[in-house]
Unconditional design. Structure first.
Length: 115
């Protein structure tokens, strides 16, 4: 299933270099996202079409700049719907992203979220 966004849209990022410290208000950011999620999906739907679902369950919203490292919980350019299985893979990979070293510390491909 394709994402409801057009190539070259505002969600593209050019590099993935994430070497940010954790923030003290991570739980507050998570609560903000949880409280805003439904409205965020409605805003997304007005611009891109309905937020994707599988069997009536909404796809998770992936925060490109994650909440525990200072990402804004409701920034329209920071949240991307991803299939649940893909979201698990991304979240599993994130500890390596912040481990200070290795492949995540260098500039990545031009379009890291494009297949």
């Amino acid at each position: 299933m394709a994402l409801p966004a057009v190539a070259g849209g505002r969600l593209a990022i050019t590099h993935c270099c994430c070497d940010y410290p954790t923030v003290a208000d991570g739980e507050r950011r998570r609560t903000t996202w949880n409280n805003a999620r439904e409205g965020f999906r409605e805003g997304w739907a007005r611009e891109f079409g309905a937020w994707p679902q599988n069997d009536g369950d909404y796809w998770p919203g992936h925060h490109i700049f994650d909440l525990w490292h200072g990402g804004h919980p409701t920034a329209r350019d920071n949240v991307l719907p991803v299939p649940p299985a893909v979201h698990k893979v991304i979240n599993k990979a994130y500890p390596a992203c912040y481990s200070r070293g290795g492949q995540w510390s260098i500039a990545g491909p031009d379009r890291p979220y494009v297949d």
